[in-house]
Design a binder for this molecule. Structure first.
Ligand code: 3PG
Length: 306
């Protein structure tokens, strides 16, 4: 089978080598498409692919239509909002992710961002310490739990909420269950977001929640830019000169925010939460193994479009 590894943001070379070895050992052919400029490049490359490994690459209805042989798409990572699931399902294409494989890299970045903002973006201005502060974790999945454990080790008080987890499970995971989302924001000196982008979560975090945060609070977003109501964020930053925002997923209004609010706002130039060689190896090799198992035995364990 022909497996297209389509990564606009490339994996580390060591991960590409590992992916190739796994797939070729199972008799598959690997085609690599990295750093492509246009969506049409992806459509062309997908034309004779039986399987695809992607990252945040956009698998649109056009890509699906251009790929008549496609049987499976594996998102080497957690979030699959970049794949048009309806279009894939309509063609019987199995879409999978590799949950948890890059979680530690994202969790480390969330912690790093808290410290970076506490230390006013590493400028000489007097900063603060995160020890003793309260961290609210919005969604206690693979990333959220790791952020919680690391924050506790740094002396933070950790609270969490997750719509899919009862309070008891959150407590077992080492965090104090927040009463509700308002409570999480009202008590979090830091709130770290780990929710996926879904119709329910898109634009769900904005003015009202931000205005509940305690004095000097910081919102950390290593999830998706779409979950933020950007106009609400701007308004809250305007009215509350003590609030800060740091994101691994730059808001569309970043230039305006940075001009108005300076060091209170930070965003990475390109999403880099999962951009470590360890995470590339974990997620990339898991994706390759899932493709081998899918073609060998029909294994669909990580299918997300059931
Ligand atoms: C994910 O959903 O796994 C992360 O956002 C990482 O995305 P990336 O593979 O594009 O870095």
């Amino acid at each position: 089978m022909k497996v297209l590894v389509a990564t606009q943001k490339p994996f580390a070379a060591v991960a590409v080598k590992g992916i190739r070895e796994i797939l070729e050992a199972a008799g598959h052919e690997v085609v690599l498409l990295e750093k492509y400029a246009e969506q049409s490049d992806l459509e062309k490359a997908a034309a004779d692919a039986d399987a695809m490994i992607i990252r945040s690459d956009k698998v649109t209805p056009e890509v699906i239509a251009a790929a008549p042989r496609l049987k499976t798409v594996v998102r080497a990572g957690a979030g699959y909002d970049n794949v048009d699931l309806d279009a894939a399902t309509a063609k019987g294409i199995v879409v999978m992710n590799t949950p948890g494989q890059n979680a530690n890299a994202v969790a480390e970045l969330a912690i790093a961002m808290m410290i970076y903002m506490a230390r006013t973006q590493f400028t000489p201005a007097t900063g603060s310490e995160i020890q003793g502060k309260t961290l609210g974790i919005q969604a206690f999945g693979n990333v959220g739990r790791l952020v919680g454990a690391k924050a506790k080790a740094l002396g933070m008080k950790v609270k969490a909420i997750d719509p899919f987890l009862p309070a008891q499970k959150i407590a077992e995971g080492g965090a104090e269950p927040a009463k509700d989302l308002d409570d999480l924001y009202a008590t979090g000196d830091y709130v770290s977001i780990h929710i996926p982008a879904t119709p329910q979560t898109i634009h769900s975090i904005g003015y009202d929640l931000l205005m509940k945060m305690p004095k000097g609070a910081t919102l950390i977003n290593t999830a998706r830019k779409e979950v933020i109501d950007e106009a609400g964020l701007e308004k809250a930053l305007e009215e509350r000169p003590d609030l800060k925002y740091a994101a691994d997923v730059a808001p569309d209004n970043l230039a305006a925010l940075q001009e108005k609010f300076g060091l209170r706002v930070f965003a990475t130039p390109k999403k880099m939460g999962a951009q470590t060689s360890e995470a590339n190896i974990n997620a990339g090799l898991a994706a390759a193994r899932q493709i081998v198992a899918f073609f060998e035995s029909g294994d669909k364990r990580f299918q997300v479009n059931k």
